[in-house]
Design a protein around this ligand. Sequence first.
Ligand code: UD2
Ligand code: MN
Length: 789
Amino acid sequence: MKVSKYLRGSGRFLAFIFAASVLWLLFDMAALRLSITDANGEHGKERVLKDRELAKKIDLNPSNMKQDVETSKRSEMLKRLAYKRKKPDGIHGENEVFPNSKNGNIVTRTFPKLAAGSDLKVQVDTKLLNTSNKVSSGSKGVNVKKEVLPQTKAPSAGQQGKDIKLEFNGKKDYRIPQQIPPQDFQIPQDVALSNKSDHMLKKQVKSDSSNNAPPKQEHVVQQKIVLSENKSSLVRVKTTAKPAQLHLNGSNIQTGKLLNSTKSVTKQGALHKVMNLDVTLKPRDVNAPGQFGWAAEVPQYSLEESRRRWSEGYFNVFLSEQIPVDRAIPDTRPSACAEKLVHDYLPTTSVIFCFVDEVWSTLLRSVHSVLNRSPPHLLKEIILVDDCSTKDYLKDKLDAYMSQFPKVRIIRLKERHGLIRARLAGAAEAKGDVLTFLDSHIECNVGWLEPLLDRVYLDRRKVACPVIEVINDKDMSYVMVDNFQRGIFKWPLVFGWSTLTDDFIRKNHIKVSDPLRCPVMAGGLFSIDRNYFYELGGYDPGLDVWGGENMEISFKIWMCGGEIEIIPCSRVGHIFRGENPYKFPKDRQKTVERNLARVAEVWLDEYKEIFYGHGYLHLLNKNVIDIGDLTEQNQLRQKLQCKSFKWYVENVYPELEAPLAKAEGLVFNLGTRKCLVQEKGSLSFGMCDLSKQSQHFSYSWVRLLRQNASCVSPQVTGGGLTLEPCDNTKPHLRWLHKTNKLLAEHLIAETSFQRLCLEAGPNGNSIHLKACDESSSYQKWQFTHYYSQ
Ligand code: UD2
Ligand code: MN
């Protein structure tokens, strides 16, 4: 009776508040317990011992050291609980993640914790969820496993004209690496945010402002780091370098001086284990949304808002704002990386972020991840290049915010140049020995920087890329990607990822932590020696806005004496977006294809025909497009005495399918059973004879029917034929063959008004153009070899 009296009116309300608080407390205790258990557990102890060992070598400020241990411990805990690193079963052969490869089978998949807001424009094919479908791959008929993010429209590779439109029809090319399948994730259910009640989610969202409070950085800058000589048995050469005192306020940094950047031989010097720095001022709030890289959820009542704000960045902008700018993410490096050593005296780096209309929270998180996870003595500066953004918050507010961090500088471009010239503007201001370019929506993982700089230090012509991991665009979780993926391209210069086959890995004894040589880089994230970048002429400044520059720099690096590597012990997460969240000053498709045409003209030699032949024939018409002046680029290639594209294909990317013609050999007429002959400038027929050069023709990628420099030219008026000097830019020289189902074996004059086909006279003594007739065998032709249909 008495109890029920108290439970009436406001008493009931108080009791409810009390009960809710108790529940909340219990939940917090559970989370705390988990973290204590971890610290007391074997793993935690091991980790503390390891870090003490590191502390002996590197005299870190004790309070900071504590934080390092703290965050590493959490990271390690995450790694253990949430990520089971394993190559997916059933993968054999070459596994390529490619835009709409011809085989077309796409496995749409869900993410470890799909956010409640995940229905934002997303169609998840539920039939296919959690399946590990085997599909047969493109050319080699091997089994591959493909994963494609829901919602991203994939462009096509290696397809003809109209499909290419699809590829660039307002969408970007497809660059998402293969991720660890969802069944390999085990996120502890008792801690995962998605398990919390709505009430708790509200609390998280409300506490946002405190979560987002930037950690102060000053204490880091004042530390002293003393690197002692390392007696590692791995170093055969006795070191001559003295242990140095590195003052981290930037005034007395000795690392840079120790680098003789003109030497490219293996360097001497003491080594140490990679520093696992992850600095924040205060312990991280385990309950903050997205903490530890876990999936965050949009509360029911904010779904509408998060949907509305999606187009601000083409990812979950609302959710990103709730996530601390200095959140922890799981340390996803392969465990072998723990044993890897890097040199004590590494070059310094300038980190360059260029951005246009970047979302505030992601820009900040990118910058904080660099400040928090880079050894301060190696981080010379962070240069933010504002490519003429239109958003107000990126002006005074950004200046004010970044003024807290002495290492951060902002450069403002007066007009919109695009990322290529924006990066050049940043590089022009950079003072570090190495330039490190990053996109403005990334999160650098622990230990990301030293392994990159170490490669550049070993050889200044090595260009080092981190493994690009995935920050999920819908729930902002940090998703680990599969190992052994390298950057490649398919025609027409479409970037994609390809996983090395198990067989190749075994035969070549490749370890999971070994650097992987890459034919091309993805483009956004890499470290390059500053002087070397300039020796290479930087980027072609004639490239506009976005696209193709990754191909340009990759070909340039390889063909002019350098190398591109992916460094598995360096990992950086990136938000892959389905659309560009900024405007293109000119048409997007035209911009990208113009960039690619510049690259093809300068770097591809005779192989450029393959590029044009994959849907870009219109770019050969100078009236349609002006690709600009290439004199300087061609001169640069000559000056640097760069190797040929043939050399590149044979030595760097032999897996590339790159036949120089679509078809070649004898041109056999099915009606006369004779072959085409070219003699003294005129065409006739003869008994087929492979040994006769006069019977050898090729059908080129730009659809010319040629013998050496002479091309068969249809005379549309009059129905005759002549031989003309070949010229790729002349559409009237083009023939269609194998493009039309009903007239597949015909040779159709491309510019003929009513379709005209090449026809042999019935006695095999004349040749002319006639109205196409699908049943006439005198209009059917076969080449000896077909390289591409
Ligand atoms: C990829 C690369 C990107 C670049 C691009 C073009 C990765 C992870 N990303 O596409 O770095 O190589 O391919 O080929 O490899 N930006 C400007 N001005 C512009 C346009 C973009 O400053 O006019 C900035 C933008 O804010 C971002 C960066 O350039 O920080 C890259 O642009 P993106 O993120 O749209 O390119 P992404 O990741 O789709
Ligand atoms: Mn990007």
